[in-house]
Write a protein that binds this ligand. Structure first.
Ligand SMILES: Nc1ncnc2c1ncn2[C@@H]1O[C@H](COP(=O)(O)OP(=O)(O)OP(=O)(O)O)[C@@H](O)[C@H]1O
Ligand SMILES: [Mg+2]
Length: 449
């Protein structure tokens, strides 16, 4: 007997008696059957509706079976085709298989043989479908690297990532610190045709102008005192791949001019060199600064801004996607518990609620750090509110009335450091003090960075 699912079969034969006997048998076996006396009629029917299986006679006057098979495969590749050939026409059979038929039956055949083959075809189709579904599921898990989140803004972000990944357009990613800008950049690269070539990141804020220049463009041996060897720049390394310019708002005015030229021509010379080099890279830039404001302050060039901002992706702060907090918390819990070999696998509802009320100025990075610390101190199988002291304090409402100004300052700097991570220039900017003042205070209060 044929399988339970009603399958749709098209029988194509110019001989009316064969059409009738085959379709009668297949209908009695529980399939939905339609027939066609020739190729053109068959194609018209396949265009109108999908058939799981087509049973096609090779010898037909108007359009032969092999031609029909080819046209049908173009029209609907998911239709499995079973050919019927006359004895002795092994040549036809071989041709049919080559043209994409699943199998062939030699006429005359037993009806049981037909049922048996059709069962196999259906089984194959089911397997292929299951495989597709499985692959699709896997892809949706791995597609966005490690980006976690199912909130509407994140779903929209995934869509944008897929769209821009197909293109070579320059992307500017903005968003507060710790929102996941770098992860987004990596996800674009991973989804793009450039994924097999390198993703080269450079933190433009971490270098002096001089060093940034040699990092980007490379340098020739002897170009400056420390240049003992010729060194390839990141632009060269990114050839074929993606260049990620992180903290692009921190680039000096002079470097902005150089960078603009390179982005326009993809040509450059190494520091101390004369040869003009060419590299094919796609640029993704990121910043947590307000570049429009920087343009007004004349610290960022407008022409460079336009060159970078071809596609703009804004990663929303965590407080605007509160529904992702439990997912993210669970994700980090799993990661750190595994890493530290601790058997903690859940978060107390009170702690989760507190997490969702907290504004997370350091965004996902701050949440990640908080979970990491909670896993370190946590006992038992569940993370409790008491494992997240700053959250507990936020919940209880701060009582600062007996703190000295100095203590307030210490706590505030510690909090900003915890939230903004290791980027001290950024921390200094947030606190509106200069870096050396920040260093002094970090030393004075013995804060860890
Ligand atoms: N959606 C997310 N899912 C999982 N992890 C995330 C997500 N967003 C951010 N993270 C994690 O948070 C941390 C900070 O992310 P990332 O470095 O991409 O942020 P950023 O926006 O580049 O921050 P900054 O502006 O400070 O450089 C990383 O450890 C990253 O893995
Ligand atoms: Mg970053």
């Amino acid at each position: 007997m044929l399988p339970h699912k009603k399958i749709r079969i098209l029988v194509v034969d110019d001989e009316p008696s064969i059409r009738e006997s085959l379709s009668g048998w297949l209908k009695r076996s529980g399939s939905e059957v339609d027939t066609a006396p020739d190729g053109p009629t068959a194609l018209a029917k396949c265009e109108a509706t999908h058939f799981d299986i087509a049973l096609i006679d090779v010898k037909m006057p108007e359009m032969d079976g092999i031609t029909l098979l080819r046209k049908l495969k173009e029209l609907d590749p998911d239709t499995s085709v079973l050919m019927m050939t006359a004895h002795g026409d092994i040549q036809d059979a071989v041709q049919a298989i080559k043209a994409g038929a699943y199998d062939y039956l030699l006429k005359p055949f037993e009806l049981e043989e037909l049922t048996f083959t059709i069962n196999k075809m259906v089984e194959m189709q089911t397997l292929a479908m299951e495989n597709l579904i499985l692959k699709d599921r896997l892809a949706s898990v791995t597609r966005f690297e490690n980006l976690v989140g199912q909130s509407p803004p994140m779903l929209k972000l995934y869509e944008t990532i897929l769209d821009v990944a197909k293109t070579d357009a320059t992307v500017l990613i903005t968003g507060e610190t710790g929102t996941g800008k770098e992860l987004v950049a990596r996800a674009i690269h991973a989804q793009s045709p450039r994924c097999y070539a390198p993703f080269i990141a450079i933190n433009c804020g971490a270098f002096t102008e001089h060093l940034l220049e040699s990092e980007l463009f490379g340098h020739e041996k002897g170009a400056f005192t420390d240049a003992k060897y010729t060194k390839k720049g990141r632009l060269e390394m990114a050839n074929g791949g993606t260049l990620f310019l992180d903290e692009v708002g921190d680039i000096s005015m002079k470097m902005q001019i150089d960078l603009l030229r390179v982005l326009e021509t993809h040509e450059f010379t190494r520091v101390g060199g004369t040869a003009v080099l060419k590299s094919d890279f796609r640029v993704i830039a990121a910043t947590n600064q307000d570049l429009q404001e920087a343009i007004r302050r004349k610290t960022f060039r407008q022409d460079l801004y336009y060159r970078l901002n071809v596609v703009h992706i804004h990663v929303p702060p965590l407080r605007e996607r509160v529904e992702d907090i439990p997912l993210l918390a669970q994700h980090f819990l799993r990661r750190y518990a595994t890493e530290m070999k601790k058997k903690i696998d859940s978060i107390h509802p009170k702690a989760l609620e507190a997490m969702q009320r907290y504004p997370w100025p350091g965004n996902v990075r701050e949440l990640e750090n908080a979970i990491e610390r909670a896993v370190v101190v946590g006992k038992g199988r569940q993370i409790k509110l008491s494992d997240l002291p700053f959250l507990q304090a936020a919940e209880e409402g701060p009582d600062y009335t007996d703190l000295s100004l100095e203590e307030m300052e210490r706590r505030h700097i510690a909090r900003v450091l915890a939230a903004k991570g290791r980027n001290l220039s950024h921390v200094a900017r947030v606190l509106r003090i200069n870096r050396s003042t920040l260093y002094e205070k970090i030393k004075k209060y013995g804060l860890s960075t």
